[in-house]
Design a protein around this ligand. Structure first.
Ligand SMILES: C[S@@+](CC[C@H](N)C(=O)[O-])C[C@H]1O[C@@H](n2cnc3c(N)ncnc32)[C@H](O)[C@@H]1O
Length: 488
């Protein structure tokens, strides 16, 4: 019979607000039996119990926030207790661990400290303090067969480092997380990118939140350059996208790299997937306005992952219908050239949740971003739908006063009101002001303030220079007059 075993999870200290959510999503996706022992989830080191080693390896095979996972040998809150626990563990598990300590097994011990720096000499002293370990193998720093880690956690606050480490841990490295994918899928080397392409780490996180599995059908209705399709395809999903912007879908929009003047002929979302060896996961990308119903009622997706437009770097638009067209001088027999109108975030999220409720399979997930002004944020702003459970809501700060929240919904019951109009079942308190208007109003104000401040500074400088006799009283500097004389 297998019993629970203890492991150390070592997380990257970024996107901390997404850590628990990613963990919970992967645990659910793989159906893992696990107990979380660390309560303070902001800590970069967690202790968990997995039912077996395979469960621990499965988790590490998908986590983007995990640096590495270790089989725990000892954990304590002070050094005396730590050495005692480690000694006991090695004694008690002598037979199980014998293979790692054998003369023909090369090894390495890494000393990792958090919130406290140690010199190389101090690190060696830490290793030597464990000379009771029955290691007989030879040291191999480059490619060891066994890697043990000695970890000291000195709190989270760099301005308040405690006199002693808060946690001391020792374990055997079992596996690394998937952080290498952040570099492998980096936008820097990607064939086709745009101004709003989502970075690799967040795209992978979104696909984990959506629990994308091998063979899933994944849809992004605001696909842009398809970054979210890349991560979904990397985890084995078949991907489909739509966007209102013809030039974007056909990779003919203005290049966003400053070194690039024109788009290359072979840039496309499909080329991106090919670049990462998952071209076979590409279903299609179509030009479509999300506010118009296009999809057959029976089409069903395993997940919808999307980053809707916020109206800052791209327009939030929808195609005008004949009814809503302002120009009523047009006649029926005239050729209709669709124009676009503003698509408010309110109606966009209403449509998105309603679409997800209709087109997700039961248990399927919608993962999307909601932008907001931090001072306006109220949990009531988050849209709700009677067929969707809100499972996660994590914040990513953007600028000083703006942020966005990654929302994860799961379809909890079959959709049963086919006659309802879009957005009818979405409950959402009115946003105080559209994100875009608020953003630009704020920005305009601060730009005006900035201009005033600079003008005041210039005036102050001029007065000071004048006092030093460097500026003629008409306000023009001597240098300026000299230059003018030279060109006349
Ligand atoms: C934030 S961008 C998506 C970026 C994308 N995740 C990427 O990685 O490139 C939002 C996209 O929504 C598109 N869009 C705006 N209004 C739309 C509408 N009514 N229907 C469909 N797409 C729309 C824009 O053209 C833009 O490409």
């Amino acid at each position: 019979m297998t019993s629970y075993r203890k492991y150390i999870l070592w997380f990257a200290q970024e996107h901390v607000d997404f850590r628990v959510q990613e963990f919970d999503s992967l645990v659910k996706m793989f159906g893992l039996q696990v107990r979380r022992l660390t309560e303070q989830t902001l800590k970069p080191f967690w202790l968990v119990e997995f039912r077996d080693k395979e469960a621990a390896l499965k988790y590490a095979s998908r986590s983007v926030l995990l640096r590495a996972i270790f089989e725990l040998y000892a954990h304590a809150n002070n050094l005396t207790e730590f050495h005692e626990t480690l000694r006991n563990h090695v004694d008690t598990n002598r037979h199980a661990l014998a293979g790692y300590f054998r003369p023909d097994t090369s090894f390495k011990i890494v000393v990792e400290t958090y919130n406290k720096h140690f010199s190389q000499r101090e690190k060696v002293a830490k290793i030597e303090s464990m000379d009771y370990l029955p290691i007989e193998g030879t040291v191999n720093l480059k490619n060891p067969q066994v890697e043990w880690w000695y970890i000291e956690f000195w709190g989270l606050d760099p301005t308040d480092v405690p006199p002693e480490p808060k946690d001391i841990l020792f374990g055997r490295l079992l596996a690394s997380g998937q952080r290498h994918l952040i570099k492998d899928l980096s936008l820097k080397q990607r064939k086709f990118i745009g101004n709003t392409s989502m970075d690799a780490q967040l795209s992978l996180l979104m696909a984990n939140q959506a629990m994308v599995r091998e063979g899933d059908l994944v849809f992004d209705p605001f696909v842009g350059t398809g970054s979210l399709l890349v991560s979904a395809a990397k985890w084995g999903g078949y991907v489909l996208g739509a966007d209102i912007d013809y030039m974007m879908v056909h990779a003919r929009c203005r290049p966003s790299r400053i070194t690039q003047k024109v788009r290359e002929k072979d840039e496309s979302i499909r080329a991106n997937l090919k670049q990462y060896g998952c071209a076979d996961r590409y279903v299609d990308v179509v030009v479509a306005d999300f506010s118009n119903r296009l999809w057959h009622p029976r089409i069903s997706f395993d997940s919808i992952i999307t980053d809707p437009p916020y109206g800052i770097r791209e327009a939030t638009e929808k195609v005008e219908t004949k009814n809503s067209s302002k120009d009523n001088s047009r006649r029926e027999d005239m050729v209709h050239y669709p124009s676009t109108s503003h698509y408010s975030l309110q109606s966009l999220y209403g449509d998105l949740l309603e679409f997800a409720a209709r087109h997700l399979r039961l248990g399927g997930r919608l993962v999307c971003w909601l932008p907001f002004h931090r001072e306006d944020y109220d949990p009531k702003m988050v849209p709700h739908h009677q067929y969707l459970n809100l499972l996660a809501n994590s914040e990513q700060p953007l600028t000083g006063n703006t942020a966005r929240r990654l929302l994860t919904y799961e379809k909890c019951s079959e959709y049963s009101s086919p006659d309802r109009s879009l957005a009818s079942a979405t409950q959402m308190s009115t946003l105080p002001q559209d994100f875009r208007d608020r953003y630009f109003n704020n920005d305009l104000e601060s730009r005006k303030d900035r201009r005033m401040r600079k003008a005041e500074q210039r005036e102050q400088g001029r007065v000071e220079m004048e006092a030093r006799g460097k500026i003629p009283s008409n306000g023009r500097s001597k240098k300026c007059s000299l230059n003018k004389a030279r060109f006349n």
